[in-house]
Design a protein around this ligand. Structure first.
Ligand code: ADP
Ligand code: MG
Length: 275
């Protein structure tokens, strides 16, 4: 396959060349993922297909272990698929080399990981500035932008502390600031409210909604919180590595919510029985 023509204009900005099907920011076709481990291969995703249009709020919903994080890692360029294609703005994301993919990720994607990754020796402020450093933004400007984003999530007072001394909720807010700092087109958040109290959780959700509605960003939220489903306009339901259903529209149909809830309850029951 031809390598993707990633342009680097003088300002250093990398953009993937646009094709005719620009309505869809992401198109996933025939995606399969298998991990080869010492004890054999583990198949985690099975023939996943979906589109995510620009400026949408998509939710990937499913019980623990259903493959949501693996799917998000593939979408963000961190984990190559075993089979299938991921097109971003019409171009195959895995035909560029990993350095180009990393640069594109730093400029165009904001990611809130399920487990926070910090450069432990750096301050909160410098961690938030990191995506800007990676794209060559001058240090003083990067730090100023990082401070503005910390302010946005109510964490400016903690700018000069180390991330690991913060509570889980505070770290998640800082992680959100880092995801937003480069003003990316696509924001992906993996269970960002999973371990938060309701006040911190609401703040993160409000920010995500604001990014979509006011800044026209595309959001992909991974969650198993059923309350969030009606906030989205695209829902992808995952069970055991398979996309069981997907739907678009302002409100999730009740029968689909109920069937997803039922599988989540079954999963919880299994977990309880194991304990
Ligand atoms: P979710 O985010 O929905 O909880 P994950 O994507 O984290 O699900 O995991 C889906 C399945 O894939 C799990 O059974 C998990 O153990 C397995 N898995 C994830 N990453 C790896 C890996 N690197 N090697 C082997 N198995 C993995
Ligand atoms: Mg996960």
């Amino acid at each position: 396959m031809d390598s993707m023509d990633v342009k680097s204009p003088p300002g250093g900005e990398v953009s993937l060349p646009k094709s005719s099907s620009l309505n869809n920011l992401i198109t996933v076709k025939g995606l399969n993922k298998q991990f080869d481990t010492k004890s054999g291969s583990v198949k985690v995703l099975y023939d996943i297909n979906f589109d995510i249009p620009n400026n949408s709020f998509a939710i990937i919903f499913g019980p623990s272990g259903s493959g949501k994080t693996t799917l998000l890692n593939i979408l963000s360029g961190l984990e190559p698929p075993t089979q299938g294609t991921i097109k971003i703005e019409g171009q195959d994301f895995y035909t560029v080399d990993s350095d180009q993919r990393a640069l594109f990720r730093a400029q165009s994607m904001g990611i809130v990981h399920q487990v926070n990754y910090w450069v432990k020796s750096l301050s909160v402020l410098e961690n938030v500035a990191m995506p800007l450093y990676l794209t060559g933004v001058e240090k003083n400007i990067a730090l100023k932008m990082a401070m503005q984003n910390l302010d946005l999530v109510g964490m400016a007072d903690f700018a000069h502390t180390r991330p690991l001394v913060l509570s889980g909720g505070q770290q998640q807010r800082v992680s959100m600031a880092r995801a937003l700092v480069a003003n990316p087109q696509l924001i992906m958040a993996d269970e960002p409210t999973g371990n938060l109290d309701s006040k911190n959780g609401k703040m993160i959700m409000d920010l995500l909604i604001k990014c979509q509605k006011e800044l026209n960003r595309t959001i992909i939220l991974v969650t198993h919180n059923i309350e969030y489903l009606p906030l989205s306009d695209i829902r992808l339901y995952m069970v055991d590595g398979k996309l069981t259903q997907s739907d678009k529209g302002q409100h999730a149909p009740m029968n689909e919510i109920i069937s997803s809830l039922t599988s989540e309850l079954a999963e919880l029951t299994k977990l309880e029985q194991r304990q």
